[in-house]
Write a protein that binds this ligand. Sequence first.
Ligand code: PLP
Ligand code: COI
Length: 341
Amino acid sequence: MKEQTIDWKNLSFGYMKTDCNARIAYRDGAWGALEISESEYLNIHMAATCLHYGQEAFEGLKAFRGRDGKIRIFRLEANAARLQATCRGILMPELPTERFREACIEIVKRNERFVPPYESGASLYIRPLLIGTGAQIGVKPANEYLFILFVTPVGPYFKGGFSTNPYVVVRDFDRAAPLGTGTYKVGGNYAAGLAANKKAHDLGYMSEFYLDCKEKRYIDECGAANFFGIKNNTYITPLSSSILPSITNKSLMDLCEDLGIRVERRPIPVEELATMEEAGACGTAAVISPIERIDDVEQGKSYIISKDGKPGPLSTKLYNKLRAIQYGDEPDTHGWTTIVE
Ligand code: PLP
Ligand code: COI
């Protein structure tokens, strides 16, 4: 696609073909050289473990073009480390951080014309994935793997960007079990959530809202994003063994400490929503998506978080601060960004 035909300001969170992607194969116990491909397709064995037994992991991070024209990748090392944790979780070989970095930088550079301009508020989404490609028919890990990394320019994940949205508690679905794969970024968790997500959309909500699957008492996640609530100058986010350790959430907790906002990471009973002054969903794709209300239809309750329908002051402050670091408008005191030279 020619760059002049891209409507940067109206990009949605969707796939667009770019110039090339990276591939690194794992064979005979070692990672090979980085290969650049112009193809959007893979040619893999029909008995590959990723197709049958879910040996599949992915990541999501973003690159931003600053006012200064520089491109910054946000929290590359943290995403590499989480991919390694996922690999340990489902017995795949870990891609070293240096190789992850090499692929990110090379592919962002080669697709520079797809990095949205500063003024658009859009970004380049980076999607690394790692799959078991070796053939197996018994349930066991593959002996061959493929790491792939592609990029695509994106706008906001939730329509409207930084504006409040309604969520619905789903009690008849779990996305991951307490000792299952919830802390890993594996495709199976998302397959498990598709029906709940469809139900929420069909009912007119932005997304489903998960409770812990053991007791259905505590808050887990907001669809494909972490949850935070704010009250009494305190940022409160769930401690749970079935949610993804969000890098955005971790960044927001660090920013809270910088801003003198207390942080609590603990189980949050769902009824505590009634006392929250602000709440939001957070993630790479969603950034911060402020919550308007959360309906618990089964319990006949509706927790109205935003009385005026607007994002709250601390959520707005955190959103602006995070975005300013990502776009290079404010100093990166935590060393979160990698400048693509
Ligand atoms: N929770 C789930 C289930 C996700 O898929 C994501 C997205 O990656 C997040 C939370 C947010 O994580 P991060 O901030 O690292 O993107
Ligand atoms: C996120 O980046 O916040 C996500 O949840 C990614 C999603 C498209 C799986």
